[in-house]
Design a protein around this ligand. Structure first.
Ligand code: ZN
Length: 654
């Protein structure tokens, strides 16, 4: 039976709307490529529990308890408290834990302690994740403060200045160590003269053993080994159907690293991976991004399977073919530029499976590897995920957002005419040339900016793209339709950075997430620095605040000025300047404005966050039991999918 039904939206709960992404042209892949997608997809799903565990040491236990209640609760399933408990579970699934995926704060349950205890006790004890000798009462006692007490492990990643960031962050990368102990430990490992350093700390838990600081490695036979074994099994299957020898050696290098846990093997894998550009199917699988570690070292597990979007890739090829031109003509000081920009590859891809930290909430642009020296010697691979952007755009059509927040008809027209194009283009520039641009001065520690590093790096990539959007060269290259188009992105960017991204933040809170901090940093800095000439203004109309841009070209000059400074900070590793910029412009929210924007947004009844339900691959077998075809089923719902993943892809002991 074949299922061809497709809907871009699935269920809605809390502040979230679930979407679906479509896999155009999947049927035109060869059988071998389809098998490769299928095997890599299995590998992408088996890391799910690692991500949960990394985001907090009680996450897997809490998920299991709530799932058992969901599946077995015999009381009134329509009662308010039960429904609230279900919402809590859906949020836990969405965030891979009990902390908001964007804001990092612990969820506030909408049900009482008494109800929770009754619900747990209604489940057969043999189905609950009890520690050895633990009673059901003991389990409740253990979990109650974690779930209900706002003072116990309140935030996943704490980047607030002046705290011990390790001790005050609930993410599960450190155990019984302080920030200064961790920093000393890694400082002693790093050699500033090493031209090809390892990504120290990327794949380990740091803890104390007999009073000494030690690392526990994540690999087969050690921590997370049970999940990694499954990932490796499916990678080995994928290796048998690789598109070519080069891709096979990439997959085999990853397997080797998962077995050894040796970061030298990881570097070798990254170099092979970045160098493999011929295959249509590609993947990310491993401990990659470091945003969830307050010190920016530990890699969160993520998985992505994708294949090339031929049409979209034409656009980004033009950008990457001109990478040297972009580097040469950027306004930053010559000493911070790369003399030769190497191997900036860029493509638009179709996501085929999201896993770990990329599921269900996903990035739409990715640039890897993260290691600075590998990027400068071997280049980087950059992708924008076309079918996810499409799904966002389709789901947002006619939802009233622009009508509420855009200043006037002129701006609305600009957005309608150009925003889809310039939005994609800015993402492309950010990923293809932004992150790859510039260089560190010799001897500068790549981690010198510490907790501010991610924000500064994102700001650098965003500004690089913003600076170039109005350039006449982009019209010449056919990337923008005319000289006016960039204004759509300038307006969207400033509106988002100054106003609308605040809808995602709870009242009374500041900005924590690196991308949100970077956007506000850029927008507020430009607002303040251009205030004498009224380049950009916040204006009131009928009690509502709007962004008004009076001089677009002057705004470009401001972006150029900030790009120069941000590049200097990065190149020189100027921690104090990074701290001052981020803390002054990128962290604090204007309270009254925050309240107003949230209220206006609330009246639209939109969900500020979106995530994606994965497709289901259905292999079809021939008479000999071999895969004859792989079909896609889009009909699985969010709850069904999460329960299935917890049942079929869960193998870490809790
Ligand atoms: Zn980025």
């Amino acid at each position: 039976m074949r299922n061809t039904q497709f809907s871009y939206t699935d269920e809605r709960f809390a502040d979230i709307l679930m979407l679906r992404y479509k896999l155009d042209n999947f049927s035109s892949l060869s059988l071998r490529q389809k098998k490769l997608v299928y095997y890599l997809s299995e590998a992408a799903l088996y890391g799910r529990d690692i991500t949960f565990d990394q985001f907090g040491r009680y996450n897997l236990k809490i998920r299991k308890v709530f799932e058992q209640i969901y599946l077995n609760y015999k009381g009134d399933r329509t009662a308010d408290e039960f429904m609230e408990l279900v919402v809590y579970l859906k949020r836990v699934w969405f965030s891979s834990g009990i902390y908001h995926h964007y804001g990092c704060d612990k969820f506030v349950p909408g049900f009482s302690k008494a109800f929770f205890i009754d619900a747990v006790k209604s489940v057969d004890g043999s189905l609950l994740p009890l520690d050895e000798g633990q009673t059901v009462d003991g389990l409740c006692e253990e979990l109650l403060p974690i779930i209900f007490d706002p003072d116990v492990m309140p935030v996943k990643v704490n980047k607030k200045d002046g705290f011990d960031l390790v001790e005050t962050s609930a993410c599960n990368f450190y155990d019984g160590v302080t920030q200064s102990e961790v920093e000393e430990y890694y400082a002693s490992k790093k050699n500033p003269d090493d031209k090809e350093p390892l990504s120290y700390g990327l794949n380990t838990t740091v803890k104390k053993c007999d009073g000494r600081v030690v690392e526990e490695v994540w690999r087969i036979g050690a921590k997370y080994g049970a999940a990694i074994e499954k990932i490796v099994y499916w990678l080995e299957m994928a290796s048998t159907v690789a598109e070519n020898d080069k891709q096979r050696s990439v997959i085999d290098a990853l397997i080797k690293y998962y077995k050894s846990g040796d970061l030298a093997d990881f570097n070798e894998y990254c170099i092979k991976w970045v160098d493999e550009k011929e295959s249509a199917v590609d993947f990310i699988n491993g401990f990659i991004e470091v945003y969830d570690d307050p010190l920016g070292m530990k890699g969160t597990w993520e998985g992505l399977v994708e294949y090339r979007d031929v049409e979209g890739t034409r656009r980004t090829r033009v950008i990457s073919d001109n990478a040297q031109w972009f580097e040469d003509h950027s306004p930053v000081s010559a000493s911070f530029k790369k003399e030769q920009v190497k191997g900036v590859s860029a493509k638009v891809i179709t996501a085929a499976m999201l896993g770990g930290d990329l599921y269900p909430s996903s990035a739409i642009g990715i640039n890897l590897p993260n290691s600075n020296w590998i990027r400068s010697v071997h280049g980087s691979k950059s992708v924008t995920i076309g079918n996810l952007t499409d799904a966002y755009n389709q789901a947002a059509k006619g939802n009233g957002f622009r009508e509420e927040f855009v200043y006037g008809p002129e701006e609305k027209q600009l957005l309608e005419k150009y925003a889809d194009i310039t939005g994609n283009l800015h993402t492309d520039l950010h990923e293809c040339v932004g992150h790859g641009s510039g260089r560190l001065l010799p001897g500068v520690d790549p981690d010198a900016l510490k907790a501010y590093g991610s924000t500064i790096e994102e700001a650098r990539a965003d500004l690089f793209g913003l600076y170039y959007l109005p350039d006449a060269r982009l019209v010449e290259l056919g990337l923008t339709p005319d000289a006016e188009a960039y204004k759509a992105e300038y307006y969207s960017y400033m509106m988002n950075g100054l106003l609308t991204q605040m809808v995602r933040v709870e009242p009374g809170h500041d900005l924590e997430e690196a991308h949100m901090r970077n956007r506000q940093l850029i927008a507020r800095w430009a607002l303040v620095k251009g205030s004498a000439e009224q380049v950009v203004e916040l204006v009131k109309k009928e009690g509502k605040t709007y962004v008004k841009i009076n001089d677009y070209l002057q705004l470009r000059r401001l972006f150029a000025e900030l790009l120069c400074e941000i590049q200097r900070i990065k190149s020189e590793g100027d921690y104090e300047a990074a701290r001052a910029l981020v803390e002054t412009y990128g962290v604090k929210l204007d309270k009254a404005l925050h309240e107003e924007v949230r209220e206006r947004y609330r009246t639209l009844h939109l969900a500020p966050y979106k995530g994606f339900v994965n497709p289901v691959y259905v292999p079809e077998y021939d008479a000999e039991g071999k895969i004859a075809d792989v079909k896609i089923d889009y009909t699985e719902g969010y709850t069904e999918q999460m329960l299935r993943y917890s049942r079929d892809y869960s193998n870490l002991s809790i």
